[in-house]
Write a protein that binds this ligand. Structure first.
Ligand code: 26Q
Length: 822
């Protein structure tokens, strides 16, 4: 689709400068002479932000006028990344800021240092939500994102003696200039209490819930501008506040100050902190409270918005489509039923029909331990009415099942929303599938495996419900903002910036892969990006690295299935080879790790210690360190990703096949010209299909082989058969990385030789040989650069714009609404 040319709401440079001075004076209460760094940052931020407000107002007006079908994206997590640069880009004001800042004797870089990243998510799922919102706005899709305004986001990671230590992320300490509080739209949410029959309901399906505790949800919103369009959508974040009754005046009067505020503290704890678990279920009461809090506030807000322009309920599913980002917000299904049946007095059947037509569910995992379940006992206590509703939903659903499969009790047991043994629990994924119109996986393999394994019985019962929507990433943040040098080169070659909103145009770069002059410039861009990264590495770790070395990166949460330990075995193998043959001609490499481990995930925290210990040993070895450097960059987050990704030569995507739902870092790296070494897992498969097998380093078992091997797997056999593998494992066991202490890393060795849950030893030989092929390819500079160019040229498919179009076509059936231009 043709896009209008980028519009500037920036006005003139003079007007921008005037607004800056005025905002400094009236918003910060200070003057140019006495302004501090934070004053400068906040002033710039609100001045840029204000240029989006007009667009937002026009978007809201256009939406009100058109009364369109809206997408409501419900997600417990958003990883938006820093806002300043993005908003400068989207408003076209970056051009003003440089000269003005120069005049004032500050740099944009200095000011940006105060721009805090809202870390309201763990990893891939939260970042995907942010990419989809960016693309929805860019495609003029009427949409609102709903989430939680955690007071503390994902913890900050530091290392002490190589071990991960966590510090709270007090991200709003200096204030957040990007959000608008909307206290008028607050909501009240109940918890606990009891239920009773509704007086006039013979069916018994309508009941009355009297909560024992109430909490207020206060919304604020952040602007989500589209690129190259005046559309500005919002993300609405809820913060828990004590409802007015919580302040116990009688206690306060009696001098019991602590007791008087106890309920306030309780209530406000709900949105206090993001749970830092990635892909492992942590069934905590407070977590369930968070989930219900998000859902209850958001649904009331959705209904409020619906009623601004519509009456009755018949049109509800036509005007409202709710997308559930994994199972975290699935209680929304139950809550909508409760609102419709108990509060708005609709028939059960009508309410159920409306509900099922309204919701869709995206699944992001295959790991059984990541499938959320909540104990019936907890639900009965915290949300008694919702538990009753779940029982009723399940009752009617199982009637349907019994009609389809008469007498098949085993099928009923497997499909049931309630798991009976070893204790009664609610399976949130089952509730999600039963209550949704469409269910989707996030990459082709993932969707296939969902339908064949995790959700097989459902896929058999309702095949038409299942869809694939392969993930994507926004090229605005992950190419244009992260990699301005490459962006300029691409724009120069393609003639305009159209690729930023039509990423498949990158395929026109393929011709340039045979142009030696272009290859030279491509290499130069990569080199300059590597120099930038080198500085950051040196600043944060003190390690000096060579910008001409192969930059080998593995950036993602630490998790066993992702197999950082397999990468480490390769590093140790290179170390052993260099120790054995100091004169060998090895390709110089910098191996960069980045990622956090969940604070309670002890195996991964120990692995982090080991990575740091290996890094220390490698980097201080006079011989080895001439060819090899190993760095674990602390506190990996979106901002750091934006520095690392443009500098990467090699992208490590080495999860055990069948475990990584999709991956999105793989896409960001390929788009920035990194070549992938990877398994046939998640979206790696689709990346390889597009870039071509000759431009992708494939190794390892496929998903079927992994399943087969696991049935009679003996990791020790691999250890005994392969001398290099044995040497690598023995090195860990020997204590060389622990100053001779053989016990410290013994659990890592035991896990490898004992169960080796994710078959790292089975894939080791193939991986090391593939890495040797990488090194050979690297020596041929033009060959490598050609591969790099072709990776970028052929991965335009992985734009989240394409992902959003697919959601629109297959699931949402929404149309864009154009907003009046500036
Ligand atoms: C659940 C219950 C209690 C506490 C925490 C959680 C929890 C939190 C976050 C469970 C899972 C997550 C995050 C999952 C996630 O990020 N999944 C990733 O989603 C990406 C986007 O689709 C995929 O690309 C990745 O493959 C997938 O791992």
């Amino acid at each position: 689709r043709p896009r209008p040319k980028m519009r500037t709401v920036g006005g003139t440079l003079e007007a921008f400068e005037q607004d800056l001075i005025s905002n400094l004076y009236y918003q910060r209460g200070t003057t140019l002479e006495s302004a501090s760094g934070p004053d400068g940052y906040h002033t710039l931020a609100v001045t840029v932000r204000d240029r989006l407000v007009g667009r937002y107002a026009r978007t809201a007006a256009a939406h009100y006028q058109a009364n369109p079908r809206f997408v409501y994206y419900l997600s417990a997590e958003y990883l938006l990344g820093r806002q300043l640069r993005q908003n400068l880009l989207y408003t076209g004001t970056e051009q003003f800021v440089r000269p003005i800042a120069e005049d004032l004797g500050v740099s944009l870089e200095e000011l940006e240092a105060y721009d805090v990243e809202p870390g309201l998510g763990n990893g891939g799922l939260g970042r995907l939500a942010a990419c989809l919102l960016d693309s929805m706005a860019t495609l003029d899709i009427p949409a609102v994102g709903y989430g939680i305004r955690y007071e503390f986001g994902i913890f900050k990671q530091a290392f002490r003696d190589g071990a991960q230590v966590e510090r709270p992320d007090d991200w709003t300490f200096y204030g957040n200039p990007w959000e608008f509080p909307a206290p008028d739209d607050r909501q009240v949410v109940g918890f606990y209490g009891s239920t009773a029959p509704a007086l006039d309901d013979p069916s018994g399906l309508r009941r009355q819930w009297t909560p024992a505790e109430t909490v207020r949800g206060e919304p604020s919103h952040m602007l989500v501008p589209g690129y190259g369009t005046p559309t500005v959508n919002i993300i609405r974040l809820w913060q828990a506040r004590a409802s007015r009754e919580s302040f116990d005046l009688s206690r306060f009067g009696a001098g019991q100050y602590k007791e008087a505020v106890e309920d306030i503290v309780q209530a406000e704890n709900i949105s206090k902190v993001l749970y830092p678990d990635d892909s492992t279920e942590q069934g905590r009461e407070l977590r369930l409270k968070q989930q219900y809090f998000l859902v209850a506030c958001s649904l009331r807000d959705i209904i409020r918005r619906y009623r601004l322009r519509n009456t009755g309920w018949d049109a509800f599913p036509a005007k409202v489509v709710i997308q559930l980002n994994d199972t975290h917000p699935v209680m929304a299904i139950t809550e909508l039923m409760r609102l419709l049946v108990d509060e708005y007095r609709l028939d059960w059947d009508l309410a159920w029909s409306i509900t099922r037509r309204t919701f869709n569910y995206t699944c992001h995992t295959l790991l059984p331990e990541a499938l959320e379940t909540w104990s019936v006992e907890l639900l009965e206590r915290l949300l008694p009415r919702h538990m009753e509703i779940i029982y009723s939903i399940n009752h009617f659903f199982l009637q349907e099942v019994a009609a389809t499969y008469p007498g098949d009790l085993d099928k009923m047991r497997r499909l049931s929303i309630i798991q009976e043994y070893p204790e009664k629990r609610v399976r949130m994924a089952h509730l999600a599938v039963v209550g949704s119109t469409a269910v989707n996986g996030v990459a082709e393999l993932h969707t296939r495996l969902l339908a064949e394994t995790t959700l097989r019985d459902f896929a058999e019962l309702w095949p038409q419900k299942f869809h694939n929507v392969t993930n994507g990433v926004t090229p605005r943040r992950f190419v244009r903002l992260a990699n301005p040098r490459l962006s300029e080169l691409i724009t120069e070659r393609l003639g305009d910036e159209g690729w930023l909103t039509d990423l498949e145009r990158l395929d026109r770069l393929a011709g340039a892969a045979d142009d030696p002059a272009f290859l030279e410039r491509w290499r130069e861009v990569k080199r300059l990006n590597k120099v930038d990264l080198t500085h950051q590495v040196e600043r944060s770790t003190g390690v000096v690295v060579d910008p001409d070395a192969l930059c080998d990166v593995m950036i993602k949460r630490f998790h066993e299935y992702k197999r950082q330990h397999l990468k480490l075995l390769h590093v140790i193998t290179l170390f052993n080879r260099l120790r054995e043959m100091p004169e060998m001609d090895m390709v110089p490499r910098t191996v960069l790790f980045g990622g956090k481990a969940a604070p309670g995930y002890h195996a991964m925290k120990l692995l982090i210690r080991l990575v740091n210990a290996v890094a220390e040993t490698v980097n201080t070895d006079p011989v080895v360190s001439r060819h090899l450097k190993v760095v674990l960059l602390p506190d990996y987050n979106v901002s750091r990703a934006q520095v690392i990704i443009p500098a990467a030569d090699l992208s490590e995507q080495i999860s055990l096949a069948g475990k990584e739902a999709s991956g999105t870092g793989n896409m960001k790296l390929a788009l920035n010209g990194a070549v992938t070494i990877g398994t046939l897992d998640g979206a790696n498969i689709e990346i390889r299909d597009r870039v071509g097998a000759e431009n992708f380093f494939l190794f390892g078992l496929d998903a079927q082989q992994a399943v087969d091997l696991r049935r009679h797997y003996e990791p020790r056999a691999y250890y005994e058969r392969d001398p290099e593998l044995r040497a690598a494992v023995d090195a860990i066991a020997s204590g060389v990385f622990a100053k001779g202490d053989r016990s410290l890393f013994a659990p890592v060795v035991d896990a490898m030789l004992g169960r080796d849950e994710y078959l790292a030893l089975a894939d080791y030989r193939a991986y090391v040989e593939c890495q040797d092929a990488v090194a050979t390819a690297w020596r041929d500079r033009d060959r490598w650069t050609r591969m790099s160019v072709l990776n970028a040229a052929r991965t335009g498919f992985f734009s989240s714009d394409r992902t959003v179009r697919e959601y629109c076509d297959k699931i949402w059936r929404v149309d864009p609404v154009r907003v009046e231009p500036d």
